[in-house]
Design a protein around this ligand. Structure first.
Ligand SMILES: N[C@@H](CCC(=O)N[C@@H](CS)C(=O)NCC(=O)O)C(=O)O
Length: 311
């Protein structure tokens, strides 16, 4: 059995989503610390170009995007489930909406200039400038534009008011009664907003929301221990990718398995992954690629939010 390895850094909200899922499922895993800004040579040796945080590695299989990572962790340990029976569509659709719309609000609020001054204040000026330049570049070439602070401030009370109302009336302790992937998507956005004293009241002013957030954060992170990025590369190199799903290989967008393709996120962080299309399932695309340091690996990318082109 290969170890579950998460490539991430402490301040990343989407990484916090996955860390909480690890806690919910009581998984034991290894933490590889990655740089917050480009370049990320050890990470991109594994992914083939994808740069966003976090990335999941299991042996020579690499999973990009937390929506797909959640599904892979569900397969790793089925119970407790992130997709409660009969609520699969509602929970995954809510998570998808929260990860884009609510997250855009969280970024605008938690990265407003006064909050950024608190967040980056301890870094030397050159490191602050490098971070700001990196995040500006992250959005180039993608469909996503940044929500303005004014718009986020205008809309935030409506979003929180609806959530507060639902939580105060619904039965059960989580968004859909029992915990689901949607709770972890929403929790990482609110965790980000709570990470500076300036913006924490935007959550704490809603008591039911704050109590729900404490419950979700209470799942913790499971048990983890550090691993170096070099060790993770050695593991990838020494491992054989997992067998492909037991389903017929079908063409996607007219591209047949065996062809060289480029797959990239459509919203932001659109750096493409190049490889041979091996498999297209209803949720994921699997590419085969070789790297001098990572060896032969399979990179798994979701269909939703990604584009594929023949090379
Ligand atoms: N749709 C992606 C979004 C991931 C994302 O936006 N992550 C942020 C950090 S929270 C990121 O990649 N920032 C730039 C970086 O870390 O290089 C997912 O669900 O994994």
């Amino acid at each position: 059995m290969h170890e579950v390895i998460l490539h991430n850094y402490d301040a990343s909200p989407f990484a916090e989503k996955v860390r909480l899922i690890m806690g919910f499922k009581q998984l034991s895993w290894r933490w590889v610390d990655i740089p917050r800004i480009m370049p990320k040579p050890d990470l991109t040796a594994l992914t083939g170009g994808y740069r966003k945080t976090p990335v999941l590695q299991i042996g020579a299989d690499v999973y990009c995007d937390t929506a797909l990572i959640a599904r892979r962790l569900e397969a790793e340990k089925v119970m407790p489930s992130l997709f409660p029976e009969g609520l699969e569509f509602i929970c995954s659709s809510c998570a998808l909406w929260v990860d884009s719309v609510v997250f855009q609000h969280a970024v605008a609020l938690a990265m407003q200039p006064a909050a950024m001054a608190l967040r980056l204040g301890k870094l030397p000026p050159a490191a602050q400038q490098a971070f700001i330049a990196d995040r500006a570049g992250l959005f180039s070439g993608g469909s996503s534009t940044r929500l303005s602070l004014a718009q986020a401030q205008l809309q935030w009370p409506a979003l929180m008011g609806r959530l507060q109302q639902q939580l105060s009336r619904s039965e059960g302790e989580f968004l859909f009664g029992q915990p689901s992937v949607a709770d972890f998507s929403l929790a990482h956005c609110l965790w980000f907003i709570k990470s500076t004293p300036l913006t924490a009241p935007l959550v704490d002013d809603y008591p039911e929301v704050a109590a729900w957030l404490s419950r979700v954060l209470g799942f913790g992170h499971g048990s983890h221990s550090p691993m170096s990025s070099e060790e993770a590369l050695v593991i990838a190199h020494a491992s054989t990718p997992a067998a492909l799903p037991d389903a017929p290989a079908v063409a996607v967008q007219g591209i047949a398995p065996g062809q060289q393709v480029s797959v990239a996120a459509t919203d932001y962080g659109v750096d493409p992954v190049l490889g041979e299309l091996l498999y297209a399932g209803s949720e994921e695309l699997i590419l085969r690629r070789e790297d001098p340091r990572a060896g032969l690996g399979h990179v798994h990318l979701p269909r939703v939010g990604f584009r594929i082109e023949a090379c």
